[in-house]
Design a protein around this ligand. Structure first.
Ligand code: NAP
Ligand code: 12T
Length: 341
């Protein structure tokens, strides 16, 4: 008889949590029981899973008793407070927040890139930041082939990365601007409709933002290479789903674009869309709802001997968050690292 697991989703009513439930169903993850958890504000709501309508429960310290796997996506403070209780209850936690990512004893995992890191887990596994995940999925085959010494990246990030309220803010502002209504901003410090904000997460003392430094530190941790130099500018754009990234790399040994395309065409989780003669390149609108990371505009940097430039696009709510978390769950079951209570 095949094993089935009791799975709790903390933050099940949010943009990422709802996608987690959808992906567990889509990929036929062996779920025996699903428990959707959110704040007490969500009591009375129901989550659809398979042919059931499951009532949402308020997250508390007892929520995980008897459960095997807990997917957390309710923000870093909720993870810090409740993930330890889930672990004490015998759950393995896959945490989508920034709470534990840089703790040295906690694996930070993208299954296509560093699945071996899972082996050392002691209850919590961190899901990387959305912008980092899609970048390392595309860069890993190049890193393995010729090495990467430096990365300079600019992101074009969708509002869904911030959550449900930001999705509504972009829709409301766009409607208001096109119909002469009043534009209000609550989620972002400035209007996001018809605008670009060079500001994601809080500013730090070094004048970078936290989101930018996540790309630096998480990339090094996932590739286990602190010698890689990374500089990021993260920008919020008026797009609902999928982050796009202009990524420049300096490789260790020279590599030509044709070889990069060949490597990426056989890479897991990557699709190459790179035919400028047919106006073919990755687009946020086409990546939304898909699982792959799409790469195009692959070209030699005319200003640098070992430079390669490319355009990387992926659905931030799927591969950037919910899908990667479920894939970690799948990798745990495949490796026998998830025990049934
Ligand atoms: P969202 O749409 O705002 O949803 C937040 C979810 O958390 C809701 O289910 C909410 O429940 C729940 N929640 C909030 N406060 C809670 C509390 N005190 N107790 C229990 N549940 C609580 O946000 P989202 O986009 O889904 O993102 C959620 C989190 O995931 C973010 O804060 C971020 O840390 C992380 N995230 C990570 C990535 C990534 O890069 N991998 C991408 C996006 C998000 P109610 O509906 O009851 O309020
Ligand atoms: N501030 O998981 O606003 O660290 O797009 C992900 C997305 C934090 C995170 C965003 C954020 C994270 C955002």
């Amino acid at each position: 008889m095949s094993k089935k697991y009791k799975v709790a989703v903390a933050g099940a009513t949010g943009a990422v949590g709802r996608e987690m439930v959808k992906i567990l169903e889509e990929r036929d993850f062996p779920v025996e029981t699903l428990k959707p958890l959110a704040s007490s504000r969500s009591i009375g709501r129901k989550i659809e899973f398979r042919d059931q309508e499951i009532p949402v429960e308020a997250l508390d310290t007892d929520s995980f008793k008897g459960f095997d796997l807990a997917l957390f996506s309710a923000g870093a403070s909720v993870s810090k407070e409740f993930a330890p209780y889930a672990v004490k209850s015998g759950c393995v936690v896959v945490d989508n927040s920034s709470a534990f990512r840089m703790e040295s004893h906690i694996p930070l995992v993208v299954p296509e890139v560093n699945p071996k890191a899972l082996k050392s887990h002691s209850g919590i596994i961190a899901n990387p930041n959305c912008s980092t995940i899609q970048m390392v999925v595309a860069l890993k085959p190049i890193y393995d082939a010729v090495g990467i010494e430096r990365i300079v990246v600019s992101t074009y990030q969708a509002v869904s990365g911030t959550g449900q309220k930001a999705i509504e803010e972009l829709a409301d502002q766009t409607k208001a601007l096109l119909s002469g209504g009043e534009v209000k901003n609550k989620v972002y410090p400035h209007r996001i409709a018809f605008n670009c904000l060079p500001h994601i997460d809080a500013f730090l003392d070094n004048d970078y933002t936290k989101e930018e430094m996540k790309m630096v530190n998480e990339t090094r941790k996932i590739l286990s290479d602190d010698s890689i130099m990374v500089s990021a500018t993260t920008v919020r754009v008026p797009v609902f789903y999928s982050h796009s990234e202009a990524v420049w790399i300096e490789t260790g040994k020279k590599i030509i674009p044709e070889e990069v395309r060949r490597l990426l065409k056989k890479a897991p989780g990557v699709s190459v869309l790179d035919d400028p003669s047919r106006n073919e390149y990755p687009l946020a609108t086409n990546a939304a709802g898909k699982n792959d990371t799409f790469v195009g505009r692959i070209r030699e940097d005319i200003s640098c001997e070992r430079g390669i430039v490319m355009w990387i696009v992926s659905d931030n709510v799927r591969k950037g968050a919910a899908l990667n978390a479920v894939q970690i769950g799948e990798a745990l079951t495949d490796k026998g690292l998830l025990k049934i209570s």
